[in-house]
Design a protein around this ligand. Structure first.
Ligand SMILES: [Zn+2]
Length: 203
């Protein structure tokens, strides 16, 4: 017996957490007992034990640092596990999810398919292949020129350092720099210094 795996995939600002919270609410209405997990690294909203969508909806969540902690923190009556920001988890997340499904626990996860370089993020490629259903979300490209925003569907997450596109080789932590992220369509997604590879696209 195995349960169902649902993936929610999309760039930053595409409403993944909002969709995750919606699906959790729907399953709880159907009588499921849910536990939500998130990586410790996700401190967008401070070190609170919750997940929060950009629109303000909130749900209690357990912050963990290793994938296997999910199994250690599992309540006996849990039959739905939701995982946010799954791209940050180590590679054990794949066998952990297999284990949950085999224990007849439904799993829903949300994650970024690609990183700021436009390359596969963590275990997302494998997880998307394992999923029985994938909800693919897009944001709106906020690139602006002459005061007008692009407005096309955004599938990429642009990393900006002091307002400029981050270089391919920029370190993950930059001391003293102001870092931000923005949603971009493929035409306005820029990674200076990016080597030619299968994930390069000409704009
Ligand atoms: Zn654009």
């Amino acid at each position: 017996m195995t349960e169902r795996l649902t993936a929610i995939s999309g760039s930053m600002f595409s409403g993944k957490t909002e969709e995750l919270i919606r699906l959790i609410g729907r399953s709880e209405y159907a009588g499921k007992n849910t536990q939500i997990f998130k990586p410790v690294i996700d401190d967008r909203w401070g070190k609170t034990k919750s997940i929060k969508s950009h629109s303000g909806t909130e749900h209690e969540a357990i912050p963990i640092s290793a994938s296997k902690d999910i199994l250690d923190n599992l309540d006996p009556d849990t039959n739905l596990v939701a995982i946010d920001e799954i791209q940050f988890f180590d590679e054990d997340i794949v066998p952990v999810i297999r284990e949950l499904l085999d224990r007849n626990i439904e799993v829903i996860f949300a994650g970024l398919p690609t990183d700021f370089r436009g390359e596969p993020f963590g275990q997302m490629p494998i997880l998307l292949c394992l999923a029985d259903e994938t909800v693919s979300l897009t944001a709106i490209c906020t690139y602006s020129e002459n005061g007008e925003i692009c407005g096309k569907p955004a599938t990429k997450t642009q990393r900006l350092i002091n307002g400029e596109p981050a270089n391919y080789d920029d370190p993950i932590i930059l001391i003293g720099a102001e870092e931000s992220y923005a949603a971009r369509c493929p035409n306005h997604f820029v990674v200076p210094g990016k080597p030619e590879n299968i994930f390069s696209r000409k704009s």
